[in-house]
Design a protein around this ligand. Structure first.
Ligand code: CP3
Length: 362
């Protein structure tokens, strides 16, 4: 981005620099070095995570334990000094809170009792979700008080939820899948029925994010990990429109809380996503070309991304070069450094240290 454009962005929004780099960038400012954090930064590559995970019991036991979940959220911040902590939870707590059976099977990932038609939507109940999600709001409060006690005044707390399309994929398929065939088939063959599911998710997700903000989340992020398998019409109907509705609902209550939106695999459709979703920033995956993002997305919104998690896993000179290349291309505009997808569980923590050093000394 040209410096004239930067100046324009800064003067347009009259924003003041805060002591939190992430918030500055989300207001459209450029920072000397970018704020950084990593998707799935709390997780299995950290021995201290594995220890608490074993003590907690199941993955969901860990998610619904406000002391442990807060602790796990803070572990990577203490080690590597990321500019943001992301709430430790999962996108599948929404189906769980709506009453669908959800469990995480070791080595296999999530398993749900699949929904296959509009008839099955009757099992979903909106009125109990906040009772079930209450421990997560408590986790957020615990993290915020740890920020005070541990002198983490420059760290921002990101809350999150899955986007309706991606969450629906797991609810309908009952697990991960390579093509989410059943879900797409339902979306095409019974649009009214499928849109009812999406509407339930829009309401629950917006309300969940609003409660996270009430509890202390300073930024929220929407994860649409399977956005990239949709054609233009479905992308509009199932990704852009529901995202727009959620962001509108959140902004009605909290107009100043930024929303980062991630539509993995969206390619050129990122343009419409950036223009029409109402997001405050766009997270891009590693498949998105850097110069394209700098020229097309960054003039519209701040960009977050996009190191390949496998490059971080590999480490060495390639890691150095890839990080510098991303910084060279995107650091001229408002930019948040991150991975293009979640960190790989076999990543050596030393590689994350290397990344943190390169970014902080850029
Ligand atoms: O980023 C963070 O550190 C915050 C925590 C977080 C988790 N999941 C913890 C987790 C976040 C933001 C998520 C989001 C999530 N969950 C997404 C969207 C982002 C993406 O990766 O595409 C999706 C699709 C899920 C659903 C999910 N959760 C799957 C498919 C799996 C199994 C695959 C895997 O990586 O194991 C999970 C489990 C999960 N969620 C783990 C963690 C740390 C690993 C479980 C464990 O510790 O046993």
């Amino acid at each position: 981005m040209t410096s004239a454009m930067n100046l324009k962005m800064q003067s347009d929004n009259n924003s003041k620099k805060t002591d939190k780099k992430l918030l500055d960038v989300l207001q459209g400012q450029k920072t000397k070095t970018p704020p950084f954090w990593l998707m799935r930064q709390a997780g299995r590559y950290l021995p201290e995570y594995l220890e608490l995970r074993a003590e907690a019991g199941s993955f969901l036991d860990l998610v619904y334990n406000p002391e442990f979940a807060a602790e796990v959220t803070l572990q990577p911040i203490r080690r590597f000094g990321m500019d943001a902590a992301i709430l430790f939870s999962d996108i599948l707590v929404i189906p769980h809170a709506l009453g669908q059976h959800v469990e995480f099977v070791k080595g296999e990932g999530p398993k749900l009792n699949p929904l296959s038609s509009a008839e099955d939507l009757k099992i979903l109940e909106q009125d109990k979700i906040h009772e079930i999600l209450a421990p997560i709001y408590q986790t957020i409060k615990n993290i915020k008080s740890a920020f005070v006690h541990e002198n983490l005044g420059q760290t921002s707390l990101i809350g999150f939820a899955g986007s309706p399309w991606t969450v629906a994929c797991y609810m309908v398929e009952g697990s991960g899948s390579k093509d989410f065939a059943k879900t797409k088939n339902w979306a095409y063959s019974d649009p009214n029925g499928f849109d009812q599911l999406i509407d339930i998710l829009v309401q629950a997700t917006a309300s969940y994010l609003i409660h996270q903000i009430e509890a202390g989340a300073e930024v929220v992020k929407l994860f649409d990990s399977w956005a990239g398998i949709l054609d233009e019409a479905l992308f509009e109907r199932l990704v852009i429109v529901p995202t727009q509705k959620i962001i509108n609902l959140v902004k009605t209550e909290y107009p100043d809380v930024p929303v980062i939106a991630f539509a993995r695999g969206a390619g050129i459709q990122h343009l419409n996503y950036a223009r029409h979703s109402g997001a405050s920033a766009i997270a891009i995956d590693q498949m998105t070309p850097l110069v394209w993002a700098a020229e097309n997305i960054q003039p519209i919104l701040p960009v977050q991304g996009n190191l390949d998690p496998f490059c971080l896993l590999a480490g060495g000179d390639t890691l150095d070069r890839s990080i510098k290349n991303i910084l060279d291309v995107l650091q001229d505009g408002p930019f948040i450094f991150n991975l293009g997808h979640g960190i790989h569980k076999d990543t050596p923590p030393a590689h994350v240290e290397q990344l943190s050093r390169i970014i902080q000394n850029y």
